[in-house]
Design a protein. Structure first.
Length: 591
């Protein structure tokens, strides 16, 4: 078979999942992919490679993942000759979120740098977007098809070989499971199935919106042991599946929850992969902590599931869902109706899936990022999380559902153990507390700014108010009496001078809706003075969608007005704004 190398760089596992799916697609076309996590790849081998596919995410504000930094720094060495990679053909697939201004910057930078070192692209750069209606799948499927066509010009298929999407050969499972003769007697919810996470203990989990209000927002405090953090950092929380869903899943597939798995062995050593699972573990623990059974199935799941159903009507339906012609129907059935893996298995009751194949069909639970809403200077051994409990309904079935992490947060009690790791977000306070800041954070977007404000309070207590620059804080919610979270705290900080100006927009307390960007427009002169004359920082944090776009539009309007730019001449406005981004004085954290 024809060899190629796939290298992935990931923070939460998405790029690894896509790389593994890509490798299975290439195998069908008589190619032998070797998968490498970039942190384990010998960068000195790159000039000897002939064909490499990169799959990578973007972190922070246009940065490469942490695991990729040594590799990236190597590529940036100025003394590297411009023909260093002249023998390399490559492809780059970026995994990103278009709500960020630095959407897929890491992939863009890698593509450009490889070309500058003489490497030849096989095809255009792929830009998968989590904001698309079909999520990453839309671009991944399209780009993979284009990649395969490019590769077939280099490695043509044998004349007698036809790859038929409707007659797929079942691939071997990625792993072999070795079992113990013993069985677990008790289900231990405090066991950890993954490395890389530190145990933290829940000290507080309370609702901070009015009990009659539709939106449940939680203030959660976690006690740290080994972890350190600083204001602006992000806590990655690893949720677990609700026990009721675990039981339902295990019963559907008739698994033995108490069976002990002694080891998990990769069947193809060239793939260089193994799940992040601590063994020995029970089947129940594996489902509880590892498989994302509440997630939305990908197209490939329906393709593989067709091999495990005995009913011909079910098989036909699954093959249609996994075909190109069936994508509109799959979108209606799956994404629009918010089905999870359990829902689908109920609809295809003849499915009988061997346990080892679950690693191919269902991805692992990914950690969820949350801005830390506390100051490390004031609370060095505690982090606070401010999180909304997300509930939704399937449009046609009218079934009410709660997201996995929301279910998890709702279940946490004082003393519960939570797995956490902490990363920098790229949204840090200015080096000097005297540098003025403008913070725009409606709803739970205030979390990061609560951390900033507490840090400023610490400076005030220890160095005096004269060490603080201006701080404008724009908060927004629907009702002053229902979802104005941290109200007394924020108002006290304004009285104490920690916040120079607190501006709150209540969108539903009056007939005409009022949003944070309306308040920003009213303060245009003060904002311009802070940004232009005092070289201040402008931060936005909150849900992606209209809010960040509207706030950015307001800022661009303020720049345009104060630069005296006439309509139709926006180049100077854009140049000014781009310079703010280059200096990292305009920073967004959205989700």
């Amino acid at each position: 078979m024809n060899k190629c190398t796939i290298i992935y760089a990931t923070e939460t596992g998405t790029s690894q999942e896509v790389a593994e799916k890509l490798s299975r697609d290439l195998i069908r076309y008589q190619m032998k992919p070797q998968i490498h996590d970039i942190q384990n790849y010998d960068k000195m081998k790159l000039p000897m490679e002939r064909l490499v596919v990169f799959v990578l995410s973007t972190t922070g504000h246009g940065d490469v993942p942490d695991t990729m930094k040594p590799f990236w720094n190597f590529l940036l060495i100025k003394s590297l000759p411009s023909n260093s990679l002249m023998n390399l053909k490559f492809a780059v697939l970026g995994m990103g979120d278009s709500s960020y201004t630095t959407y897929n910057f890491a992939a863009k930078k890698l593509f450009t740098r490889l070309v500058s070192l003489g490497a030849k692209p096989l095809l255009r750069r792929g830009d998968a977007d989590d904001q698309h209606d079909l999520g990453y799948d839309y671009e991944v499927e399209k780009w993979t098809s284009e990649l395969i066509q490019s590769l077939l010009t280099i490695y043509p298929l044998p004349p007698n070989l036809i790859v038929d999407d409707n007659n797929l050969v079942l691939p071997n499972p990625k792993f072999k499971l070795n079992y113990s003769n013993q069985q677990e007697k008790d289900f231990n919810n405090n066991n950890f199935i993954t490395n890389n996470y530190e145990k933290t203990i829940v000290q507080c989990n309370k609702r901070i919106t009015d009990s009659e209000w539709e939106q449940d927002i939680r203030h959660i405090e976690l006690k740290l042991d080994k972890l350190n953090y600083k204001s602006g950092d992000v806590a990655y929380i690893l949720p677990t599946n609700p026990i009721s869903y675990v039981d339902e899943f295990i019963n559907l597939l008739q698994l033995n929850r108490n069976q002990i798995i002694e080891s998990i062995i990769p069947l193809d050593l060239d793939l260089n992969q193994k799940p992040n699972v601590i063994v020995p573990t029970s089947v129940g623990e594996l489902v509880y902590r590892y498989f994302d059974i509440m997630g939305s199935p990908r197209r490939y799941f329906f393709q593989l599931l067709s091999h495990f159903v005995s009913d011909e009507n079910e098989k036909e339906r699954l093959l249609f869902f996994s075909s190109s012609e069936g994508q509109d129907d799959l979108r209606t059935y799956n994404q629009k109706e918010k089905r999870n893996y359990i829902d689908v298995l109920k609809d295809f009751p003849s499915a009988n899936i061997p346990l080892e194949y679950l690693f191919d069909l269902i991805p692992p639970i990914k950690p969820r990022p949350f801005s830390i809403s506390s100051s490390s200077s004031l609370y060095p051994k505690t982090i606070s999380i401010t999180a909304g409990i997300h509930t939704f309904k399937a449009p046609l079935r009218r079934i009410k559902r709660t997201g996995l992490c929301s279910e998890y947060f709702s279940s946490l009690q004082e003393g519960s153990i939570v797995g956490v790791f902490i990363k920098e977000s790229g949204a840090q306070l200015p080096p000097s507390p005297q540098t003025p800041i403008i913070m725009v954070g409606p709803g739970t977007g205030c979390a990061m700014f609560r951390s900033f404000i507490q840090e400023r309070s610490y400076v005030q207590q220890n160095q005096g108010s004269d060490k603080l620059g201006k701080a404008l804080f724009y908060f927004g919610c629907r009702h002053s009496k229902k979802d104005y979270i941290y109200q007394s705290e924020f108002e006290q900080y304004e009285k104490d001078g920690v916040i120079s100006k607190l501006c709150v927009a209540f969108s539903r307390d009056q007939e005409k809706k009022n949003y944070v960007y309306h308040l920003i427009n009213q303060d245009s002169k003060e904002i311009w003075d802070i940004i232009n004359n005092q070289k201040g920082y402008f931060y936005i944090s909150g849900s992606s969608g209209r809010m960040p776009k509207d706030v950015k539009a307001s800022l661009l309007s303020i720049i345009k007005e104060n630069l005296g730019i006439v309509d139709g001449d926006d180049d100077k406005v854009n140049q000014y704004f781009e310079q703010l981004e280059i200096e990292k004085r305009f920073i967004t954290e959205t989700w």
